[in-house]
Design a protein. Structure first.
Length: 70
């Protein structure tokens, strides 16, 4: 995720816009407080566990589903 993601989201929200984004779910722990300001956050999967892991790497499917501690 972009190192200035928090500042970007805050800027968008402060201007009265709804912020949304798509992510593969990696590194979300570092940005949870900022992501909670978004109207929508879409976690992208490529289909089944097998397909997602093939396309994005070992354990990508499980990682995308379990990193969210809201």
């Amino acid at each position: 995720m972009h190192p200035d993601l928090g500042a970007i989201i805050s800027h968008v929200v402060a201007r009265g816009a709804e912020c949304s984004m798509a992510t593969n779910g990696y590194n979300v722990e570092k940005h949870l407080a900022d992501l909670k300001k978004c109207y929508v956050v879409c976690v992208s999967l490529d289909g089944t566990r097998e397909t997602t892991d093939f396309q994005r790497g070992k354990n990508a499917y499980e990682t995308a589903l379990t990193r969210w501690k809201l």
